[in-house]
Design a protein around this ligand. Structure first.
Ligand SMILES: Nc1ncnc2c1ncn2[C@@H]1O[C@H](COP(=O)(O)OP(=O)(O)OP(=O)(O)O)[C@@H](O)[C@H]1O
Length: 498
């Protein structure tokens, strides 16, 4: 196994009249661990998609091991030893680790001789610095194990230059450290080179040797990580922009807005119960539900949005029984911010403007259907929430992940909000967007909203909330004002040892 070096020379990518990447020259030496930083929409994904052949750069060149490479499509990139690991998993949950590895091969035979494949896979696994059990079904693996398998899959396929796109977003801090330590060790051994997109400075400092920073499609700086502080990197990313300041709580909490009592429902697998004996969120209060993903948070969100029936129990909003219908949500000024907003809260092919007007279409009647008002409103919100888009007529699916998130937040946080129910609001956002979104949520609370936030990011919960709950095995096992909460105790509850 020998690491591959990759270099881009003056790479430019235009989408119509918009330049997403301009004259970008980045060098990743063989065996190095290189971080790629930049705010949402800075051009990181565009750069790596050009490298992998998903996009054809408008101009510029690419060198692989110092030789000019023409990468017409991802297959050509793979043939040169370039591979990519994504935020989200690409494995087949119902198949075993061994099956996933074998079917990922382009030359996988139609009839597989499992005995010889199994032996070859075991040899491969034994030669790796970290292992995942070959006979386990992928669905039974923890998130960290799945991400390790994604990386092993790339190595198994012979890839020697790995692009990691926010590889730790779905991992706990311990899992992230384990995975990245292995990657760094492989780089140090000269087995692979890594280009990692991340928003986490800690990961850059702890694992990367070199870094490049993009702003508005241009390379604005970088160099050896050891010579740059977090402030240097933040300064390069943001330019002159200022971070939003958190809005500290004004006033005490008010009457209960959301109340759940004696709720019982089945989970996604149909095998376990979700049991919420009691959960209350008051006006002027942010309640955070911490927990490792898969402990019932998704089901709780579904119960609250009316997508999952309850076998027993009651939900009340502002003291009256609540059946989670669209019209009731509208009547009570309830807003939802689901995970993966592009798929769960947008019409991807429609424009930014239409997506902003979306929620109001069927409720506010004529006013919103007036094209001019709709556009003026969208324009104002796009500016207020600093959504980076070529125009409000662009399809929302052409926006970067972070900018889709901002658009949905702009839509949901405008107007009177009495109850806000959010799932992982800052997933995939850069640090300035994170501080801005959190400031907006706090502002909504200070204006009187009751906020329930489900988040896998414990730091986020500690920073943002007034009260912290832990959800484990489908039940709330911990409930404490955040100021009095103890991280170690929360950690025990999250692990199911409360
Ligand atoms: N297919 C496309 N068509 C039009 N514009 C696009 C397309 N893909 C990306 N863009 C635009 O190019 C810019 C850079 O987007 P890109 O996805 O590269 O950003 P990013 O740095 O990866 O952001 P994030 O951290 O949010 O993922 C954005 O303004 C985006 O709207």
């Amino acid at each position: 196994m020998t690491a591959i070096g990759v270099e881009t020379l003056n790479m430019t990518m235009k989408f119509g009249g918009f330049t997403a990447l301009e004259d970008c020259s980045i060098k990743i030496a063989p065996g190095s661990f290189h971080a790629l930083l930049g705010e949402n929409g800075a051009g990181k994904s565009t750069l790596v998609k050009c490298m992998m052949g998903f996009y054809h750069a408008t101009s510029g060149q690419m060198l692989v091991d110092q030789r000019e490479a023409r990468i017409s499509d991802p297959k050509a990139a793979h043939a040169l030893g370039l591979g990519m690991v994504y935020q989200h998993f690409t494995l087949v949950p119902s198949l075993t680790v061994a099956e996933n590895l074998v079917i990922s091969r382009e030359d996988a035979p139609n009839i597989i001789d499992w005995r010889s494949e199994r032996a070859a896979l075991q040899d491969f696994m034994d030669g790796m610095p970290f292992q995942v059990p070959l006979d386990q079904p992928v669905r039974a693996l923890a998130a960290g194990e799945k991400q390790k398998l994604e990386i092993l899959k790339q190595l198994y396929l012979g890839r020697r230059f790995l692009i990691l796109d926010e590889p730790t977003s779905v991992l706990t801090p311990d899992e992230a450290d384990e995975v990245l330590s292995h990657m760094r060790a492989l780089c140090r051994d000269g087995a692979i080179s890594v280009l990692m997109i991340t928003h986490k400075f800690r990961e850059v400092t702890a694992y990367a040797d070199t870094v490049s920073v993009l702003r508005r499609g241009k390379l604005v700086g970088g160099g050896k990580v050891a010579e740059l502080s977090h402030d240097d990197m933040a300064g390069l990313m943001m330019g002159e922009a200022q971070l939003a300041q958190p809005a500290h709580r004004a006033g005490t909490r008010g009457a209960p807005i959301l109340e759940l009592a004696g709720i019982k429902a089945t989970d996604r697998t149909g095998r376990k119960d979700i049991r919420i004996d009691s959960l209350r969120v008051h006006a002027v209060e942010i309640v955070g539900v911490a927990g490792i993903s898969g402990n019932g948070q998704m089901e709780l969100m579904e119960i609250l949005t009316g997508q999952r029936p309850c076998q027993s129990g009651e939900i009340r909003v502002k003291g009256t029984p609540y059946i989670a219908s669209r019209s009731e949500a509208h009547r009570h000024n309830i807003r939802f911010l689901p995970e993966e907003p592009l798929h769960n809260a947008c019409a991807p092919r429609m424009s930014v403007c239409d997506n902003i007007a979306f929620r109001s279409f069927d409720t506010d009647g004529g006013f919103w259907l007036s094209g001019r008002n709709m556009r003026a409103r969208a324009f104002d919100l796009v500016n207020q929430f600093k959504v980076k888009t070529t125009s409000i007529s662009a399809p929302i699916s052409a926006l970067s992940g972070g900018n889709v998130q901002r658009t949905v937040l702009a839509r949901e946080l405008s107007g009177q909000v009495d109850l806000l129910i959010i799932s992982n609001p800052c997933f995939g956002l850069d640090f300035s967007a994170v501080s801005e979104i959190r400031a907006r949520i706090m502002k909504a609370r200070n204006a009187g909203a009751a906020v329930l936030i489900l988040s896998e990011d414990l730091d986020e919960i500690m920073e943002l909330t007034d009260r912290v709950l832990v959800m484990s095995e489908g039940a709330i096992t911990y409930d404490m004002p955040t100021a009095e909460a103890d991280i170690a105790t929360i950690g025990h509850h999250m692990g199911g040892h409360g």
